[in-house]
Design a protein around this ligand. Structure first.
Ligand code: BGP
Length: 480
């Protein structure tokens, strides 16, 4: 393969609540992630917003205890040759309840130490400000992002971080996978993204209405944070972060082609606002046509226009295929009926399609639409790994997945002219799964000895993919 440009940010990605543990250390407050139990046997994770209940399994409380192992872990990333490490700052370490006026020094100090450790090895920290880990207090007291006051709380948090880590962190992202909320039939993603909890019996309309409002406040908060970040340090590069799942038509029928177009709009309007500073026409038309009337003021519109992002960060795991259904005349819903299997693609053990060419397509689509640098901040294969009797972990399936995706990424850069800043595969060290709350859905190059029941020594070991990725980075992507 052809090499990537010099300075390409090879690395890996994680999120605070999925690996740090130390959920009550250093003055940390309780986040929504801390009250989520693990799912089991196909059952979704549950949320216990009134507090932790004895006897239930809360995997994020210890996670892989990066809080105490970060030196060892960053050393292993350095051994692989990482140029960048994406993690998030747990909001509750800095503002334990989210609405205080003064930050928690011990929390700020923890990230001073983590970033210093990265720089010791020439690793660039890439930081998400909000990755599914908002303070629980903001959920219980304000109803999460339904409440406009959260804008100020978030901007205060972001501003404290920009000031404290000035000259230390250059690459930032505001909200992780903000567009996940389009799946408003799944209460779990509402809770993780926006802290929106719903009473039993709530309808799709209730959830959609709250979601549009919460999303708007998040977009305004993001724009104000971007503006503040640029003022504090003009060298800051501040991006958005979306879950990019391309929607392909199931057939060449015009209805399916248009369904795919509408399904793409349904996912991408968040990044349209982040990048362009205004709502796309199809969303304005949708609000007019439907009963949704989010509170959007003129001052909000001015804020959106003044805080556009510098780059587009995105996760890519799989593609989806959609077919139009006759009972969806306005093409408004992309639900279980519209999403259909793609007979040309294999799937993972968790049913996610494996579509490397979809990554090249995504890079082309995003670059054409936004003409902004892109950053792949998540990609990877969740799989169950076996530890052999000699302690080694052979994971050729993970290497195959990553090799195929990197090859397509390189074509997008070298043949299609896409401006790509870096590649940070997800869960570079095994961690708690966001979707299931379990350990055994593993993504890492580094194995962590801990099982779904929370048992294990937490010892780290290098998988085969560790050495493979090390070689990829050494050759700047030439040798896959
Ligand atoms: C993304 C999230 C991550 C992550 C990943 C894999 O949606 O940003 O936090 O966990 O998906 O998902 P899962 O952990 O469910 O396999």
């Amino acid at each position: 393969m052809a090499k990537l440009p010099d300075g390409f940010l090879w690395g890996g990605a994680v999120a605070a609540h999925q690996l740090e543990g130390g959920w009550q250390e250093g003055g940390k407050g309780v986040s929504i992630a801390d009250v989520m139990t693990a799912g089991a046997n196909g059952v979704e994770r549950t949320i216990t917003p009134d507090g932790v209940q004895p006897g239930l399994n809360y995997p994020n409380h210890e996670a892989i205890d990066f809080y105490h192992h970060y030196k060892e872990d960053i050393k292993l990333f350095a051994e692989m040759g990482f140029k960048a490490f994406r993690t998030s700052i747990a909001w509750t370490r800095i503002f334990p309840n989210g609405d205080e006026t003064e930050p928690n020094e011990a929390g700020l100090k923890f990230y001073d130490d983590v970033f210093a450790e990265c720089h010791k090895y020439g690793i660039e920290p890439v930081i998400t400000l909000s990755h599914f880990e908002m303070p629980l207090h903001l959920v219980n007291t304000y109803g999460g992002w339904r409440d406009r006051r959260l804008i100020d709380f978030f901007v205060r948090f972001a501003t404290v971080c920009f000031k404290r880590y000035k000259g230390v962190v250059k690459y930032w992202m505001t909200f992780n996978e903000i567009d996940n909320q389009c799946d408003y039939n799944r209460e779990f993603s509402m809770a993780t993204n926006s802290g929106l909890l719903f009473p039993k019996g709530s309808t799709d309309e209730d959830r959609a209405s709250a979601m549009f409002q919460a999303s708007h406040y998040e977009l305004v908060a993001s724009a104000l944070a971007v503006k503040a970040g640029h003022e504090i340090d003009p060298a800051n590069q501040i991006g958005c972060m979306i879950n990019f799942t391309p929607m392909f038509p199931a057939s060449s029928k015009p209805e399916d082609l248009f369904m795919a177009e509408k399904a793409m709009q349904k996912r991408t309007w968040w990044s349209d606002v982040h990048v362009r500073g205004h709502y796309p026409a199809f969303m304005e038309a949708y609000f007019k046509r439907t009963g949704y009337r989010p509170d959007i003021t003129d001052a909000d519109r001015a804020a959106l226009a003044a805080g556009t992002v510098d780059y587009v960060g995105f996760s890519y795991y799989s593609s989806s295929t959609v077919a139009h259904q006759p009972d969806n005349p306005a093409y408004d819903f992309v639900g279980d009926k519209e999403i259909v299997p793609n007979p040309h693609l294999k799937t993972t053990e968790w049913g996610w399609t494996i579509d490397p060419q979809g990554l090249r397509w995504s890079l082309n689509w995003l670059y054409e639409r936004y003409e902004k640098p892109l950053m792949i901040v998540e990609n990877g294969l969740g799989a169950v790994d076996q530890v052999e009797a000699d302690g080694r972990i052979h994971d050729p399936y993970r290497i195959d997945y990553l090799r195929a995706h990197i090859a397509e990424m390189e074509k997008a850069v070298n043949e299609d002219g896409v401006d790509l800043l870096g590649y940070m595969p997800w869960g570079c060290i095994d961690l708690v799964s966001a979707g299931t709350g379990q350990m055994d859905k593993r993504y890492g190059f580094i194995y962590v000895d801990k099982n779904d029941a929370g048992e294990g020594t937490l010892a780290r070991s290098r998988k085969d993919s560790f050495y493979w990725y090390q070689h990829v980075i050494q050759t700047n992507g030439e040798n896959l």
